[in-house]
Design a protein around this ligand. Sequence first.
Ligand SMILES: Nc1nc2c(c(=O)[nH]1)N[C@H]1C(S)=C(S)[C@@H](COP(=O)(O)O)O[C@H]1N2
Ligand SMILES: [Mo]
Length: 319
Amino acid sequence: MIIIKTKKDIPASEITDPSVFKNRRQIIKTTLAVMLTGGANWSTLANSTLPVWANLPQSPLSNDSLTVTPSEITKNHTNYYEFSFNKKEATSFAQNLVTDPWSVEISGEVEKPGSYHLEDILGQQTLQEYVYRLRCVEAWSMVIPWVGFPLASLLKMVKPLSTARFVKFTAVYQPQTMPKQLANEMLKWPYVEGLRIDEAMHPLTILAVGMYGESLPKQNGAPLRLVVPWKYGFKSIKAIVKIELIKKAPITTWNKFAPNDYGFYSNVNPAVAHPRWSQYSERQLGSSFFTPRRQTELFNGYGNQVASLYSGMDLRHFF
Ligand SMILES: Nc1nc2c(c(=O)[nH]1)N[C@H]1C(S)=C(S)[C@@H](COP(=O)(O)O)O[C@H]1N2
Ligand SMILES: [Mo]
């Protein structure tokens, strides 16, 4: 069951700073009235209001023992190269992104291709909270409480054909708000990522529309982004406008840019170094100065769930 409220509906006194998110969940649980049941009903929301979710069910895949990174850090430590290569600048420039209206084109090896309005997609999905680790290839990590739904449940809606072997994701092309696209700088735009079909169908793989109980900030990939917690962060593409089910592995942005540095798989792996730095350990953002670096785990700690996807593969070769 999902309770959805808009910011307008909630007295300011009840909107607790997301950094005390754990407490907030408790406060809202006991004070807010239930508004609706079933899937979050986006179509009833005025365009300008941001949804705020309370009492979202925790996905059983959430790891409860993780300490969530303060949202002030998550919202300001932005890798979003369409806007800037500088994290602060990317955060501020991303506010110009136009995210409404938004639709996603789904095509290729599917029974039901089409252009789907985001509201219509969300009307069919049940949102849950997923507390996941995010490990960037730059050797820092965060723990983020995403709001989202399994990618598999969207794919099932459009009915993949047996010929679908890979999924290609394309981010928005919006050069009027994205300076690096306008300048045609560094990477090939739009940003493209991809997964093998079994990776895409894995229950850990989600599409996120929110974090910390609120809709996604623009710098974090609004209105719809991928989250694949056992892979380096750059696989988790932001601002998705196109999903294609295809027969051959897609050419992805970072892999094309530097194939020796960024493999197609990019599974988190402490034993496979980036050519210019080790991946053995990571800086945990938001932890105290005295917290030691965390030893990076194979598959970012999700090995029990995903290692079987790669059985028999040489992870040094297929990095
Ligand atoms: N469209 C797009 N998606 C993107 C990126 C990007 O530059 N453009 N950066 C990636 C990288 S390198 C990381 S580490 C994560 C960061 O997600 P976050 O800013 O929400 O923490 O987003 C990924 N998704
Ligand atoms: Mo990253």
